[in-house]
Structure formats: C-alpha cells, structure tokens
Design a protein around this ligand. Sequence first.
Ligand SMILES: NC(=O)c1ccc[n+]([C@@H]2O[C@H](COP(=O)([O-])OP(=O)(O)OC[C@H]3O[C@@H](n4cnc5c(N)ncnc54)[C@H](OP(=O)(O)O)[C@@H]3O)[C@@H](O)[C@H]2O)c1
Length: 316
Amino acid sequence: MRVLMPTGQNDVLVSSAEVPRPEPAPHEALVRVAAFSLNRADLLYLTSARELRPSPGWRPGNDIAGVVVRAATDGSGPAAGDRVAGYLPDGGGWAEYAAVAADRLAALPSEVDFAAAAALPTAGITAARLLRAAGPLFGRRVLLTGATGGVGHYVVELAAAAGAEVTAVAAPGEPWQGLARLGATAVVHSVPEAEGPFDVVLESIGGEQLPKALAKVRRGGLVLWFGQASGQPVTLDFFDYFSGFESATLRQFTVYDGTDSWGADLAALVRLTAADRLHPEFGAPRPWSSVGTALTELAERRLRGKAVFLVDEMSS
Ligand SMILES: NC(=O)c1ccc[n+]([C@@H]2O[C@H](COP(=O)([O-])OP(=O)(O)OC[C@H]3O[C@@H](n4cnc5c(N)ncnc54)[C@H](OP(=O)(O)O)[C@@H]3O)[C@@H](O)[C@H]2O)c1
C-alpha cells in the first residue's frame, strides 16, 4: 500500500513509499482510508522538535475516515463495509490502509462525508475534553487563544452552544465573521484587547501569551494551558496573576488525561455534525499529494481550521 513517510529532512518533510498493509491485532479493524487530516502534532514530530519525535518506524497521521474492510476479530466495533471515522494514537493514518482499535472508531451516518469526518478526531476530541475539564459553561465568560486553529473552531462552537460567552483571539487581519458565526461573542486580535475578567481561559500559544492571558482570569477562575503553538517557552512571574489575595488555578491539560472513551467522544462529535450542530472548518479537501504544501502553510501560520486530504477516488 502507499503511505506518506517522514524523510528526516526539513525541506521535504514527507515522501510517498510502498509498505506492506498493516496486520491488525484482534481488537483492531482494518480500514481502507478515504480521507485523513493534518494536526499540529504531525508538524511538531516531523520538524525540529527532535526530542518529541516518536520511535523509529513512526509514520504521521492520527485522524482518518474510511470503510472497514475487515472487522476486529475479537468481535468488537463496526462491521466490514461500515463507514467510520477513527483516531490512531500512534499515527500511521496517512496511508491507504490503517489498523485502528475498534474502540477508537465511530460509525458515520450518511449525512457526514469522509472529509468532514476526518477533520473531527484529534481537534474535536481535544476541544470536547477541554470543555469537560473547564466545567459547567452556561453563563460563563471564556477567553480562547489560537481560536482560528483546528481545535479553536470546535471550542468556539461547542462552548457557545453550552451557553458560554466566548471571546476569541485571532491574528490581526483575520476576518472574524467565521468565528462569530460559530458563536463567538467577541473577536480580538491580541490578549490585552480582551475585556476581562474571564471565568475560564483556554491558552495554547505559550511564549508571551500565557502570562498575558493569566492577567485576564478572574479570582478563583481557571486557566487550562493546552499547547505552545508559538514554540516559545513561557516565563512566569508570580505577579502575572491579577494582584490580590485570592488565587486562580493554572492547569496543564492534555487530551490523554482521564479515562473517557475515544470512540464515544468521537461518536458524539459525529452525531453533532450529522445534526448540523457542529461544523468542521476545513476549506476544500485536497489531494494527498499536497500534504507538503499544507505542512508549510501550517508552519507559516497560513492555515485556518483543518486541512483534509482525500486518498484517491474514495472520497464520498
Ligand atoms: N494538550 C493536548 O492534548 C493537545 C491536543 C491537541 C492540540 N494541542 C495543541 O493545541 C494547540 C492548537 O492545536 P491546533 O491543532 O488547533 O493547532 P493550529 O491549527 O495550528 O492552531 C493554532 C493557532 O494558534 C495561533 N497562533 C498564534 N500565535 C502563533 C504562533 N506564534 N505560531 C503558530 N500559531 C500561532 C494561530 O492562529 P492566529 O494566526 O489566528 O493567531 C493558529 O490558528 C497547539 O499548540 C497544539 O499543539 C494540544
């Protein structure tokens, strides 16, 4: 089967190669991949963050959609012929076939096409779990950095639907109607412009942004720090928090926290998408030969939402 392999070179990050089809374990289904998407983690693993690079033999791609060609032999999960979305924690999804644990698959109704489904797993589940970690949101004020990213779009729509008043931070010049359509109450172009205080701050840029975001949280509020898209480490001052006699909580968040089911979370995102209540933002699907171009766009901060790729003719 054809796959995209890391090259180990920074000018051309991936190249096409032929490898044997994966041999699924008893709890895994074999999926013919119709579409896959790109995440920031793929870029992180493929580029200079060598210490983050997974084990030898790793291939990129956590998010896929396609058709089950062989069900898991332990009898769990979808049947052969079912259309599914799937999450591969260890990558390998940029390929014609992938072996996916049955409990990380969700069946697709006819309303959800492969491209939309492939945009859901990593970013959608991260957004859903962030909001779960944030607690009840009805009537709460939420500040979100990186709102134009893959995770950000889902956070805006899900938080607004839960009754939060969302202030989204997007790069200057970014048209904000898209985020407003998803439910953002305000869109600002820098954290200091945001009118605080906020009950919940969701921060994923790091560098200078986290200290600025900390200054916006209300006393007793919560900051969930879930990424460092700037690539810059954070320097914190005790007095970056509002000055006063009460504390706020700063918590590092990862999507792997807790024991929630990946399949169940993915199924919930699929259900909301089918019901026209969640709108994956991915522009036009692209041929998978253009992954390199999209990686460059992501690195240069020119990609908005998700990039989705179609694997040959399996596209509807
Ligand atoms: N903790 C977890 O388990 C987990 C899981 C998934 C993702 N993440 C992290 O969450 C963050 C968002 O993920 P994503 O998939 O939504 O990423 P993404 O699509 O690349 O979005 C990141 C957004 O950050 C903004 N940004 C601001 N300053 C930036 C800078 N210096 N460099 C790059 N981007 C900058 C960009 O929007 P503007 O240009 O409009 O400012 C961009 O849209 C990433 O840091 C990712 O690594 C964490």
